[in-house]
Design a protein around this ligand. Structure first.
Ligand code: HEM
Length: 325
């Protein structure tokens, strides 16, 4: 009996060992095959699909590898610098310079500046824009700057979520961008007095010859105008190139045009990101009382006279000055 049990034990052990070995061999073979397929795809291997569109039979584009180098060596670090570099510069600047206080304090009287519709279209463009910056950064630079420091599964979920959010946020951003660019342009035309504003950096520098300066400004000052036109122009480039990349089946771009769109999209993103950081710091921290404009649409009367004196004089003179009840 003992011998039979021992023989049975050996037989069972042998059976499971052979099964485990067979499984391991199959996994190694499968791994090797997957590895081969992956390296063939990376080399630009082509297959067969039912689609007849240009390049639909090639999963990974190897058309012009210079674009990959440009992305990893220049565009990705530049986008990181535009976001984190600008944040660091602004924090240091505020530490050294301080913020721009309202000299007369808050008057408590709120002057009408933006309609409810204006405030809505601002946030319709701004919130997707911020999400696009963060997810775009993950898509362009994440592989080099985040992936090495986080686990593979976290990275896989992160890049998947980034792609999804980036695709969906594109639509409200384009609508917000188009409405702001068209409806606000008339208040953003350059004027001669904008040059003087720039020479004293808008009076935001709290030391040296700039201290205490209050240069003339209309509805928008020179800094806001620069931001507006950069946003309008690069918003156009980023929107057009983005639509081309998002809907390749509709626009059927050639490989060359796709790659040019990819590069223009990244360059515009770098410029918009750097400007956005400056804009957000100016609105939230730097200019005391500025944020109220994009919350209620009204600004404090002392903020209006200090930062937009010509606009304030104009609405007072033509009778359109309206206070909040
Ligand atoms: C947390 C983020 C943001 C805050 C707190 C903010 C705040 C503001 C404020 C207070 C104004 C009105 C300035 C004034 O009345 O003179 C404004 C204007 C504007 N914002 Fe934003 N904004 C933000 C993000 C963005 C983003 C991401 C975009 C781009 C889509 C954007 C585009 C604009 C434009 C084009 C203007 C008009 C030009 C100007 O006055 O500077 N904003 N924003």
């Amino acid at each position: 009996m003992k011998k039979i049990l021992m023989a049975l034990g050996v037989a069972i052990t042998l059976f499971f060992s052979v099964m485990a070995l067979a499984n391991a061999t199959a996994e190694v073979e499968q791994g090797a095959t997957e590895g081969q397929i992956w390296s063939q795809l990376k080399d630009g291997a082509q297959g067969v699909t039912t689609s007849t569109g240009q390049a639909h039979n090639q999963l990974i584009n190897t058309y012009d590898l210079r674009v990959f180098e440009l992305r990893s060596e220049l565009l990705a670090p530049a986008l990181m610098a535009a976001l984190f570099g600008m944040i660091i510069i602004f924090i240091l600047f505020i530490k050294v310079n301080g913020i721009s206080k309202l000299h007369g304090g808050f008057s408590g009287k709120l002057v009408y500046r933006w309609s409810k519709f204006d405030v809505s279209i601002h946030w319709l463009g701004a919130i997707p824009c911020l999400l696009l910056i963060l997810t775009g950064l993950t898509l362009l630079a994440g592989r080099f700057f985040f992936q090495p420091y986080i686990g593979d599964s976290v990275w896989a979920s992160m890049i998947n979520a980034a792609k999804l959010i980036h695709d969906y946020m594109a639509i409200p951003f384009v609508i917000g961008w188009a409405l702001m660019s068209v409806l606000w342009a008339k208040n953003q035309m350059p004027k001669m007095y904008d040059l003087k504003w720039m020479m004293v950096v808008g009076g935001y520098i709290n030391f040296g010859p700039f201290k205490g300066k209050h240069p003339d400004a209309g509805f928008a000052n020179a800094g806001e105008k620069m931001w507006f036109w950069a946003f309008a122009l690069f918003g156009l480039v980023i929107s057009a190139s983005g639509m081309l990349l998002l809907f390749p089946n509709v626009f059927e771009p050639s490989r060359t045009i796709s790659l040019i769109a990819l590069v223009l999209h990244s360059v515009s993103a770098i410029i918009i990101t750097a400007f956005s950081i400056v804009h957000i710091f100016m609105a939230t921290v730097m200019s005391e009382g500025g944020m109220e404009c994009m919350v209620s649409g009204y600004c404090d009367e002392n903020w209006a006279t200090q930062h937009h004196n010509l606009w304030y004089d104009e609405i007072k003179e033509n009778g359109t000055l309206k206070y909040k009840d």
